[in-house]
Design a protein. Structure first.
Length: 381
């Protein structure tokens, strides 16, 4: 037998012993969980865990101290997760989710009163028409106004952009999320094609000003670099940009907007699909004031604040890992008036009815300062 084969035999023997010890540890952990529930004690005992990790770290030489401590930290998290999984006690968030699932209709509505930002022809309008067969759309000047319309229940739903596959996160929208109570009830990935729209047929080299939204400008940066004479003027929305060109008396202005805006505002499509990436998608969210969870919901969004100390975010991520929950998006935004502290946004891929999801929601209070549930939903593509 070669040395490598011999080493592998030793590794297998050690691993088998670890497996049996792990099963024994989890069995004792379950009994501890039963005792804590019977005596009204919390699952997490931070002082005990800190003491235990310190004691464990003293058994390792310096070169193994960090790895050994991390291993035992994961063991403790797995034990807590198992205690929650075997508990019949529900967090307030899980109670809300269960009540919402029972109260929500079986099918997503076909018609609705929907708030969108911009004017006719905006991509949010196109998204609304994909989400609903017959939406009654009311337009607002800003995303803040859309959130307000939902918060004040002027509209049942609002449609907001979250991120673009080329330009990234719409930071202004994520910043607004901290200011309003709302629920995500569905998301949609919409293919976005930007066209160059003008008042009439002309030569691109004779154009001087281009209107559009910052995200569209970024998504079409290569096209604009090839035409350096175009001075960029920022608009709140790509459809607003098209409308501004249509209302202008100048022939040297143009807009980066959707092709549908050419028909709406009587403009000429001078160039089509001028974005850098032909595989250009924007992800939109449909939000509501009241929570709604429709059958088939397999994504969940959370907002979370973790303690301002080393390893805090790692504890959250390791919980996702231990439960084998796929994290599809992680975004951070600075918290106003709290220096160097951040709000973290998580999008998780996990069926809302799964045991892993329920264990997660019962465990989150132990790994973060506070969290907010933003909704469980399906994403349309």
């Amino acid at each position: 037998m070669s040395d490598l084969d011999s080493y592998r035999v030793d590794i297998d023997r050690i691993d088998n012993a670890i497996v049996e010890l792990f099963k024994e540890r989890m069995s004792v952990s379950e009994k501890i969980g039963e005792y804590k529930r019977a005596n009204g004690l919390p699952v997490l005992d931070r002082e005990r865990e800190r003491q235990k990790l310190f004691e464990v770290s003293q058994h390792f030489d310096d070169d193994l101290k960090n790895a050994g401590t991390q291993l035992f930290s994961l063991l403790m998290e797995a034990s807590r997760a198992h205690q929650h999984a075997t508990s019949k006690t529900l967090s307030s968030t899980l109670e809300l989710i269960d009540a919402t699932r029972s109260a929500t209709a079986e099918f997503f509505p076909q018609q609705a009163f929907v708030a969108c930002q911009g004017v006719e022809g905006a991509y949010s309008q196109i998204a609304a028409e994909r989400l609903f067969k017959h939406p009654n759309i009311i337009y607002f000047e800003s995303w803040d106004a859309v959130f307000k319309a939902i918060d004040e229940q002027m509209c049942r739903y609002g449609v907001i952009p979250l991120e673009n596959s080329s330009a990234g996160t719409v930071n202004a929208v994520y910043d607004l999320m901290m200011n309003y109570d709302f629920n995500i009830v569905r998301t949609l990935r919409l293919k976005v094609d930007h066209s160059l729209l003008t008042r009439g047929q002309t030569d691109i080299d004779k154009l001087a000003i281009v209107y559009s939204h910052p995200q569209a400008i970024e998504q079409c940066s290569e096209f604009l670099a090839a035409h350096p004479q175009l001075r960029v003027h920022i608009c709140d929305n790509t459809a607003v940009a098209a409308k501004r060109v249509a209302e202008s008396e100048r022939d040297d202005v143009c807009a980066l907007s959707s092709r549908s805006c050419a028909e709406i505002y009587g403009l000429t499509t001078l160039a089509q699909s001028v974005q850098n990436n032909s595989n250009n998608y924007t992800r939109f969210a449909c939000i509501s004031k009241e929570p709604e969870i429709y059958p088939g919901a397999d994504r969940t969004s959370l907002m979370m604040i973790v303690s301002h100390e080393p390893g805090s975010l790692y504890k959250v991520l390791s919980l996702f890992h231990s439960l084998e929950i796929n994290l599809v998006k992680l975004e951070s935004r600075p918290i106003p008036e709290r220096d160097f502290e951040f709000m973290f946004y998580f999008d998780l891929e996990c069926p809302v009815a799964s045991p892993e999801f329920r264990t997660l929601l019962n465990s989150l209070d132990e790994v973060c300062e506070q969290y907010r549930y933003l909704g469980s939903y399906q994403e349309l593509v």
